[in-house]
Design a protein around this ligand. Structure first.
Ligand SMILES: [Zn+2]
Length: 356
């Protein structure tokens, strides 16, 4: 698949990224938008495969991977440790080490006073949640072992110390921050959520709830399955055409990505002229552009929107490091989860004693 390398070859967005290490043992490589570093009160990050303790999703390279989802295959203790490492990087806080007890492994993200990580039972909907202080006070956001309570695919908050986490393995994570009112939002936009306009509607909710002005918003579309690899059915194109006037700009056709055909070309030899085979072109959907258009339609200035442009299905293939991200499509569902996290830094704590 020659096309696979297109996203990497462009190098798009690479100058916007930085990766950081944990300082001991394996590195937690996470992506940040360099443009966002100027906001001292804002914390954010997007994980890669690298830097965790999970082994189930590795290809034998002997390096632990950073699965951040409570998947059926992985050990919950690994996920808890991975989340602790990742959140320590995102927040810059010294998150306490994993604690275990007779009742089994505890979730250190939950035990730590900060950060407080909120996730959702995502179900490819347009449902958006607003995280309020009273939800936090009444413990309505996470279970004791760190699992999600709320269902939905978008959330927002303006409470310092609350971190919103969207889990993905191909779907599009979009993070938004209002740099004037200091509110943040996180969205999970696969094709169904994109069709439901979750990002466009989410910004409408920010306007209502926080008085956000679109020109004060900054947004990042994080790595997810790209137009290079995201083949969809004709019915998906019809759905998008029924909803978006710009739908034709979101689809492209590709002929070169049928692995069966590449492996057994003799099966497909016919007397027909090229282009008249029974196998037609695949339809590829560009969810990055679809969500960028929703941000633009909601009034976010183009210069404040960053599309990282790395494909979760093919970024890193062909290199020694291997696939850079977890990909549900490319790994036939047996894979881990990345996380896109955003939050307001906790209010600075007063330090007592002579050192303060
Ligand atoms: Zn790709």
């Amino acid at each position: 698949m020659k096309r696979q390398n297109d996203a990497e070859a462009t190098g798009e967005g690479n100058d916007l990224l930085c990766s950081v290490g944990l300082g001991h043992g394996r590195r937690v490589d996470l992506l940040r938008a360099a443009d966002w570093q100027r906001y001292a009160w804002l914390r954010h990050g997007f994980s890669t495969r690298a830097g965790g303790v999970s082994t189930i999703y590795d290809s034998g390279a002997g390096v632990g991977s950073l699965n951040l989802g409570w998947t059926q295959q992985d050990d919950p203790a690994n996920v808890a440790e991975n989340r602790r490492r990742f959140m320590a990087e995102v927040t810059g806080a010294a998150v306490q080490a994993v604690a275990t007890s007779s009742s089994g492994p505890a979730n250190p993200c939950f035990l730590s006073p900060v950060p407080y990580l909120v996730t959702l039972h995502q179900f490819h909907s347009g449902m958006i949640r607003v995280v309020e202080a009273e939800d936090l006070a009444q413990g309505r956001l996470q279970t004791a072992d760190g699992s999600a309570v709320l269902r939905g695919d978008g959330m927002m908050t303006n409470i310092p110390g609350v971190f919103l986490g969207i889990q993905t393995a191909d779907c599009v994570p979009v993070l938004v921050a209002d740099v004037r009112r200091r509110a943040v939002a996180a969205f999970h936009a696969g094709w169904r959520g994109t069709l439901a306009r979750i990002v466009e509607r989410g910004i409408g909710t920010m306007r209502l709830r926080y008085g956000s002005r679109p020109r004060d918003l900054v947004a990042v579309v994080w790595p997810s399955i790209g137009p290079c690899c995201y083949a969809v059915g004709e019915e998906v194109r019809h759905e998008f055409e029924s909803q978006f006037a710009y739908a034709p700009e979101l689809f492209s056709e590709a002929y070169d990505s049928d692995p069966v055909r590449e492996k057994y070309p003799m099966l497909f030899l016919t007397a027909r002229a090229p282009g008249h085979s029974d196998i037609g072109p695949q339809i590829h959907l560009n969810l990055w552009e679809a969500n960028r258009r929703q941000l633009l339609n909601a009034g976010v200035p183009a210069r404040r929107i960053t599309v990282i442009g790395e494909c979760t299905a093919c970024a890193g293939l062909g290199t020694d490091a291997g696939r850079k991200y977890f990909s549900h499509r490319a790994e036939s569902g047996f894979t881990g989860r990345m996380m896109a996290v955003i939050g307001l830094a906790d209010a600075p704590t007063k330090v007592a004693g002579a050192d303060g």
